[in-house]
Structures are given as structure tokens and as C-alpha cells.
Design a protein around this ligand. Structure first.
Ligand code: NAG
Ligand code: NAG
Ligand code: NAG
Length: 510
């Protein structure tokens, strides 16, 4: 067995500048200082090894059995004469690739499986006639062939075309170093004759069959990659733009992908333009042994905030709250006496709407949000809502972000809030008396409502079939990074490539 080449240790903290210098910048037509990539995905050496093992195993499983063409040949055998030998039903039914590796370079990605072995079964027969005997002599049987020391390798170019990954086979081949043939039955002259006649032929048939399987596999993988949708639906009106921006960046031990990553409306609700500076968002994980790192710029969260705000999703009427006494003017008798005087014992509701998109800030170890809301107090009289006053609120909270499945989910905790009277039809309100009521409403109604939505989260750009494991979330300046390993679920079979590896279709219901 050939010694496995020593690869540089997988270091996930990759200097994007470096890989950019050697790869992306030189080939990228975009030389501007700004980029539309708000999510960076880095697959480390460990992640690449995982994908490589998966591809090698799936390639082997999906290509077997491989049927080779029949070989029909006359061979001159000493003391016997000219013998017609036929090998038929030649089938590679087993392949073992115990020793494979993946290597990245400027040219692309190489996967090499050295020391691969194969098992072949076949039928043989021969026939000859001599001038001594007038009858034809014939025999038949089965044989097995062990293929040893097979070297199988491919080099693929990886580039981005119209927002999708494109894979092309740059080089691929198979070299068989050693064959051993075992016959069930037959004679020793037959055995030697077989080896002499067929050894070379079997090698070349195996080599070309495996090479053509590789080509087939790469073109399947390529169409799979291209069939990955460029958006992930989040509810029916909103999706995440997972268009790939620029070519993948290959360094010696990692591949980086840039994804637009922003929320977008499917019904034409505008979202402001965002830009981040190049070089791209660096993905840095504390634990270099993680397979995958995904960094999201704060713009991803701001785009969600602005989209939901512009789509008018962010307003609601509260007519059921834990402290139901607050929805009757009697409950406000001592807080706003004039309200009770004017509308004694009337039902009320509270109409909350956001006055601007929530602001999201991400800093070292902290996610914060500020929510700007107007709360209109309505009195219900003969079934009609009469607005009586409006209070402007600025609610500041601190967030906790965690990974649930492949989703990034959050929850918000109240840090503090400020309030002011925006307008009133019932005279001046004593805000210090209203303050504890507002606190109760925020804590018992507003935050639980917001958290119920934030708790569902939104999907990270991870290909369907793969699930994040042992993920950790790291907050740093204006950026949030998820680092983790992935597992692959066997229920999705690579044989059915085109449907199995799609993005999750709908993991979120608004
Ligand atoms: C040998 O095998 C081939 C293919 O199965 C068959 O066509 C042929 O008739 C066989 N010859 C003898 C002599 O059995
Ligand atoms: C999605 O992202 C790509 C790449 O940044 C961009 O060209 C495209 O316009 C975006 N699509 C929408 C609908 O915003
Ligand atoms: C809620 O208040 C907003 C303004 O703050 C207003 O536009 C909307 O019509 C109100 N909705 C109801 C049902 O009262």
C-alpha cells in the first residue's frame, strides 16, 4: 500500500486574504471593494474528509455491480494448440476503497483512492479441436478475479455559475496494478493460458469501466449541485437568498463559499441594499476540529427585521392577556382615572404596531435588539374600537441565539424600556403610574409573543440530508458564527441524487 500523503492539519481559521490572493481575486471579475455576500461558509479539512468519505462510499455503492463486456479470444497453448477461450458475465461485484484522501489546490479538488481492491466474478469456457481427434474438446466453469492496488483518482474544478456551484471533471482515471485470477475447475495449462490471454485485457476493461463510472458520477453530482435552489422558503411570502456569490475559495485545507444570505420577499416587499466589505466575512471557530463554520453578517438579521416590518407583519391586537383585568377600564381606574370616568366598565384592547424596523446589534458575546413600538389603547364601545391614547415604547432586550436542528433560533430577554405619551384623547397620563403596567404587558405578552416566533428561527444554508451536530454559536463584532460538525442521514440515498440533496423546503411557519 502506498503511504498516504501527509496533508496539512485541518485549521479552520483560514486567512481569507491568503486564499483570495491565490485563487478568487485573480479569477474574479468583481474587483470592487464591496460584496453582496452576507453569509460565509467554511468547510474545514475534517468536513472535507467527511464529505469525501460519503462520496467515495456512495460512489462505490451506487456503481455496483459493474458489468464488463465479454472477451472472446484464440490463444495458442503449448502442446494443446489453438484454443478459443471466452470470458463472459464478467462482473465487478465488490469494491473497497479503504484509503482515500482529498486534496485542494488552485486547479480544484482532487479525490484519490489508493490501494482500492475489487472482486470480479465471471464464467469461462474453452473449446478446441486437434487433428488427432475429430471431436471438439470443451469445458467451462467459473472464475474469480481479485483486483489489487487499484489507484482511482479524479480532479474536479469547482466554480460558481449563475449563483450555483458547477463541478467539472478536469482529470479522472484508474490504474490497476495487480490482478489475481482463480479458476474453479480447469487444468493448469488453462490457468496459465488464461493469465497470458486475459490479464492485460481485464485490467484495461476494469480501468475504462471505472473511469466511465467516475465521469458519470461527477456529472450526476454536478447536476445535483446545480439543482440546489437559490432560495429557501420561510413561510409563503419570505425566503432566504442562498445564491452563491463568486467562486469558492480553496486554500490548502478548507473551502470557503460565499452566499448572499439575506431575507427577501417573494411578493415584492422592498429590503434596503446592504453591502459588506471585501475580503469576505472570515469564519473563525474556537475549536479548529469542527467540520463546518457559518458566519452571518448582522445585515442578515437586519434584512429580516426590515422585511417583516415593511410587509406590515409587525402589528397585532391584544385582546387576551394573562392579566385580563387590564383589558377593562375598571382595571385602569387608579392608573388613568379619567379613562374609567369616561368609559366605565368597558372592554379594551391594545393595538401594538412597530414604528420602525427592530434594530439588531451583535457584539462580542452579545446580541441585542431594540424594538420601537406604538401601543394604542382602544376602548370597545358597542363593538367598536375607540382609540384613546398612544404610548411610544422603546424596548431593549438581549438575545440568546442557539442552533435547533439546522435552524438558528433566538429568544429575547428584557433589558430595559423607555416610554412616552404620543397622543391622548383623554388628557394627560401619569406615566410613572403606567410604567409598571407596561412592564407587565411587555413581560407577559409582548416578549412571549416575540419569542414564540423567534424560537422557530430560520434555516442555516445547509444542504438537505446533513444535520448540524454539537454546534456552538459565537458572537463577535457585527457577526455571528455557528461552528459544528455534520451528520448525514442515510434515509436520503445518493442514488436518488436530484431530489435527496435539496435545501429543506419549509422549516418555518410564520
Ligand atoms: C462459451 O460462452 C459463450 C458466452 O456465454 C457462449 O456463447 C459459447 O457458446 C460458449 N462456448 C462453449 C464451447 O461452451
Ligand atoms: C439574491 O442574491 C444575488 C447575489 O447577491 C443577487 O444578485 C440577487 O438579486 C438576489 N435576489 C433577490 C431577489 O434579491
Ligand atoms: C392599530 O394601530 C395602527 C396605528 O398605530 C393603525 O394603523 C391600525 O389601523 C390599528 N388597527 C386596529 C385594528 O385598530
Amino acid at each position: 500500500m502506498r503511504p498516504k500523503p501527509q496533508l496539512p492539519a485541518g485549521v479552520i481559521v483560514v486567512s481569507f486574504l491568503l486564499s483570495c490572493l491565490t485563487f478568487a481575486c485573480s479569477s474574479s471579475p468583481l474587483s470592487s471593494e464591496q460584496s453582496q455576500a452576507f453569509t460565509s461558509i467554511l468547510v474545514s479539512q475534517k468536513g472535507l474528509d467527511f464529505v469525501k468519505d460519503l462520496l467515495v462510499n456512495k460512489a462505490v455503492a451506487s456503481s455496483l455491480p459493474i458489468r464488463l463486456p465479454t472477451i472472446d479470444k484464440y490463444q495458442k497453448i503449448p502442446f494443446v494448440g489453438n484454443v478459443r477461450m471466452v470470458l463472459s458475465e464478467i462482473t465487478i461485484y465488490k469494491l473497497d476503497a479503504p484509503d482515500s484522501y482529498i486534496r485542494l489546490g488552485d486547479a480544484g479538488v482532487a479525490i484519490i483512492a489508493s490501494g482500492t481492491t475489487g472482486d470480479i466474478s465471471m464464467r469461462w469456457n474453452y473449446s478446441y479441436s486437434t487433428w488427432v481427434l475429430p471431436v471438439e474438446i470443451a469445458d467451462k466453469g467459473s472464475a474469480s478475479v481479485k483486483v489489487k492496488g487499484m489507484e482511482v483518482g479524479i480532479t474536479m474544478g469547482l466554480e460558481t455559475q449563475e449563483g450555483s456551484l458547477k463541478l467539472n471533471l478536469l482529470d479522472g482515471g484508474c490504474h490497476v496494478r495487480d490482478l489475481s485470477i482463480e479458476l474453479d475447475g480447469g487444468t493448469s495449462w488453462l490457468y496459465q493460458g488464461m493469465v497470458d490471454a486475459f490479464d492485460k485485457k481485464i485490467r484495461s476493461l476494469v480501468e475504462s469501466a471505472i473511469t466511465s463510472k467516475l465521469k458519470e458520477g461527477i456529472s450526476k453530482l454536478d447536476s445535483l449541485l446545480r439543482s440546489i435552489p437559490k432560495e429557501v422558503y420561510i413561510g409563503s411570502d419570505v425566503s432566504l437568498n442562498v445564491t452563491i456569490v463568486d467562486d469558492p475559495q480553496l486554500s490548502s485545507s478548507a473551502i470557503g463559499f460565499q452566499v448572499n444570505g439575506l431575507f427577501m420577499s417573494r411578493i415584492g416587499v422592498p429590503v434596503p441594499d446592504y453591502y459588506v466589505r471585501k475580503p469576505y466575512l472570515a469564519v473563525s471557530c474556537r475549536d479548529p476540529a469542527k467540520m463546518l463554520g457559518i458566519s452571518l453578517d448582522v445585515a442578515v438579521f437586519l434584512s429580516a427585521s426590515s422585511l417583516y416590518y415593511n410587509a406590515n407583519f409587525m402589528h397585532w391586537i391584544m385582546d387576551k392577556i394573562p392579566d385580563q383585568s387590564l383589558l377593562n377600564t375598571a382595571g385602569w381606574r387608579f392608573i388613568v382615572p379619567q379613562l374609567y370616568k369616561q368609559y366605565p366598565d368597558d372592554a379594551m384592547n391594545l393595538n401594538i404596531s412597530l414604528s420602525s424596523p427592530p434594530d439588531v446589534r451583535i457584539s462580542e458575546n452579545n446580541v441585542g435588539a431594540s424594538v420601537y413600538a406604538d401601543l394604542v389603547i382602544n376602548v370597545i364601545e358597542s363593538g367598536e374600537a375607540i382609540p384613546v391614547a398612544c404610548i411610544s415604547l422603546v424596548i431593549r432586550g438581549s438575545g440568546t441565539i442557539k442552533v435547533v436542528g439546522n435552524n438558528l433560533a433566538g429568544s429575547l430577554k428584557l433589558s430595559d424600556f423607555t416610554m412616552s405619551l404620543k397622543w391622548s384623547n383623554i388628557g394627560n397620563l401619569r406615566m410613572f403610574l403606567i410604567q409598571p403596567v407596561m412592564w407587565t404587558i411587555i413581560e407577559t405578552v409582548f416578549l412571549p409573543y416575540a419569542n414564540a416566533h423567534l424560537g422557530k428561527g430560520f434555516p442555516l444554508p445547509i444542504i438537505h440530508g446533513f444535520t448540524l451536530q454539537n454546534a456552538e454559536v459565537i458572537c463577535s463584532d457585527s457577526k455571528l458564527t455557528v461552528c459544528g460538525d455534520v451528520s448525514y442521514s442515510e434515509s436520503t440515498n445518493l442514488k436518488r441524487l436530484p431530489i435527496s440533496l435539496l435545501w429543506p423546503s419549509n422549516m418555518y411557519t410564520a
